[in-house]
Write a protein that binds this ligand. Sequence first.
Ligand code: BYC
Length: 497
Amino acid sequence: MSGAETLTEESVAVGGDRFVQIQLDESIPNNVDLASDRQLLRALKSWHPNYLEWWQDMGPEGFQNSEVYLRTAVGVDPAGWAKFGYVKMPHYRWGILLAPKVEGRTIAFGRHKGEPAWQEVPGEYRALLRRLVVVQGDTEPASVEQQRFLGKIAPSLYDLRNLFQVNVEEGRHLWAMVYLLLKYFGRDGREEAKALLERQSGQQDNPRILGAFNERTPDWLSFFMFTYFTDRDGKMQLAALAESGFDPLSRSCRFMLTEEAHHMFVGETGVQRTIDATCAAMNKTGIKDPYDVTAVRALGVIDLPLLQRKANFHMAATRDLFGSEISSNGAEAFSSGLKGRFTEASLKGDDHVLLDASYAVTRVIDGKLVEEKMSALRAINCRLLDDYIVDCQGGIDRWNKTIERAGIKFRITQPYKGFNRCIGEFAGHRISPAGEVLTEERWHEKVGEWLPNEGDMKFIDSLMKPCLGRAQYASWIAPPRVGINSQPGDFEYVKIA
Ligand code: BYC
């Protein structure tokens, strides 16, 4: 490689007078032979400073000079793909890692079923494929932007570290999609990669593409609900893209799923620990009635009905991320072999082409919920959503076990699929969590019981005070049962600078 194209030891301005030392080809953990791919290096060279600038401006506010105990993906060997150590976030080694190539892999579904998986972009599907990569990529920086103010109100150093772990890994997931854009989509890929750093969550003029990624994540309960429910959409979508006939996309997504598991763990255990603290405080003071909200809140913990309302909000917003239940885009993404169903390759019972297959979709017809047999192809989004709803239940069951064990009569449930939806079959209809179609008037009477109301948000806000001493936890959340990478209870997960 010529000196001009070597990206070692370069100082890059990242806005104002901030300089970050980068050694691009050496410091990026990768298994894509980056060092010998001149074109890709050149494209990354112009994108990377913009990424660092975005991270400084839109990433976690404060803490950029703090040493954080982070996991860094350094390879794809299941036995040792990551290493742990203290790192300042702007120096995190965001890498480009693809799951190992499966020799002889064929396309498992759609009209190209049985053909060899594509190693290059199939020309006839270029625009659709690029759109899928861009939508996936857009969600990653969006979530970092949504969470950027949470550090200042973290309930512990352990949680602060987990937040930053999720943030840097979402950053790496952006890299994974940018790699595909820069490597396979030429000039328009470079433009799309640039635009991924320009759209901003919640911004009026240039918002993020999908609705839920423009919502605020104003508090830690929202963060835990987001990482349990919305990162699980990430899991489902990545799993569907991991089935792709475009092999580089499949391999990227397969590796991203490895990291995604920790994000959902943060969500599940975050809610779990919130429930632990609530149940312990209620039992300690002898409060039996979970609806005695005034008494429960006076203990500095979050009442269970409020937890349910928060869960309702996040479940509905996340269900919208699956797109319309009946979608010609979805059908085309499947038929063209770009995006499969959940666990497509191992699904039994149909031909994976689905030209004659049907699928039951619930629709609202004349004010009633009616199940209709639709073309399975056009109902591909509906099916993924149904699979997602099943997948959500495991953690909810574990939360309920804790409540039950504490002897408190309360169950967290999933609201009906059509509750509070803005996209798809149920959009424009008022449907209760129990699945009744309501009048506008009735909805407004009841909505404060089903979704977080102003009083709820004020109360949560009042609890969001930083608690950043070693081994200390805010009143509303219990300590974790085990430390990250088996660290002891008083471990200093973040050395705050
Ligand atoms: N908000 O036929 P339709 C993650 C658009 S999360 C706004 O209904 P389609 C993560 C749609 O783009 C996973 N717009 O649906 C989690 C389309 O626009 P165009 C992210 C929406 O296209 C946590 C039009 O409406 N990955 O990784 O079959 C933290 C008609 O669309 C929405 C993916 O989503 C919405 N909610 O499916 C960090 C995978 N829904 O194209 C990360 C890639 C739809 O006509 N994306 N629209 O201008 C896809 O597979 C599909 O684009 C969708 C939509 C499933 C999103």
